[in-house]
Design a binder for this molecule. Structure first.
Ligand code: NAP
Length: 247
């Protein structure tokens, strides 16, 4: 990867204000892209954008689950930062519970944020990408969407759904010059995994051939590769970045 390979590109990263999304935003900014950081907390999104490498980045408040907000914010991004060349659907939540105790709201909220949110931004951004016959979409799914996880029926369903959507969008938009892939992180140290107990971390590490949980920087560079010119012949793929946990 060369330093300025994303020069002149605009990348929109949902959930780019912390965790994995922030690492992806920083990696794409270091590659020369201008970044639109999206999060429900607009102040945090703006503060994150201000600290990225380079200039021209902006932060915006938006709930990805709300399709009207998504349309409005995309229009704002296009006027303030520029037409979106790269879309990273990274925003996500968990509401874990065992199946028999899982409430309707816990199921619906996770599907709305993780799966519908990715759909909302993909549909909104795809129009411009297709017109320009150029664009890249990267969906941040999870190894849990591939192998399931006890206590995460809602989350696993949302992440498996993203994989089906990735492949469908890849097939539908390939002839218009738009690529779409999924990146499936394993267990990465962020706010989302902060509550894991030492015993849980130890048990997980035993299932990871590389012997450790991932750091957000383990994801940023791979995301940059997948949205960049070196991956121009890759579409419809799911790449696990998980220390070898799922193979
Ligand atoms: P995180 O630290 O909890 O950060 C989540 C980000 O998403 C925040 O920026 C948050 O900002 C934003 N967000 C959440 N709901 C949103 C909504 N409805 N609308 C807009 N923004 C929203 O999570 P993370 O661990 O970095 O995870 C990032 C992605 O990677 C998620 O899709 C997650 O499922 C996936 N993933 C994580 C792991 C892991 O081990 N950490 C593993 C596999 C996959 P606001 O709170 O301001 O909205």
């Amino acid at each position: 990867m060369s330093a300025g390979e994303l020069e002149g590109k605009v990348a929109l990263v949902t959930g780019g204000s912390r965790g994995i999304g922030l690492a992806i935003a920083e990696s794409l900014a270091a590659g020369g892209a201008r970044i639109a950081v999206i999060g429900r907390d607009g102040e945090r999104a703006k503060a994150a954008a201000a600290k990225l490498t380079g200039s021209g980045h902006c932060g915006f408040s938006c709930d990805v689950a709300d399709s009207e907000q998504v349309k409005e914010v995309l229009a704002l991004v296009e006027s303030e930062v520029g037409p979106v060349d790269i879309l990273v659907n990274n925003a996500g939540i968990t509401r874990d519970n065992i199946l028999l105790r899982m409430k309707d709201e816990e199921f619906d909220e996770v599907i709305a944020a993780n799966l519908k949110g990715a759909f909302n931004f993909t549909r909104a951004a795809a129009r411009g990408m297709m017109k320009r016959r150029d664009g890249v979409i990267l969906n941040i799914t999870s190894v849990v969407g591939l192998i399931g996880n006890a206590g995460q029926a809602n989350y696993a369903a949302s992440k498996a759904g993203m994989i089906g959507m990735t492949k469908s969008v890849a097939k539908e938009l390939a002839s218009r010059g738009v690529r779409c892939n999924a990146l499936a992180p394993g267990f990465i140290r962020t706010d989302m995994t902060h509550d894991l107990t030492d015993a849980q971390v130890e048990a997980l590490q035993g299932q990871i051939p590389l012997g450790r949980l991932g750091e957000t920087d383990d994801i940023g560079g791979v995301a940059r590769f997948l949205v960049g010119p070196s991956a121009r012949y890759i579409t419809g793929q799911v790449l696990a970045v998980d220390g070898g946990m799922v193979m």
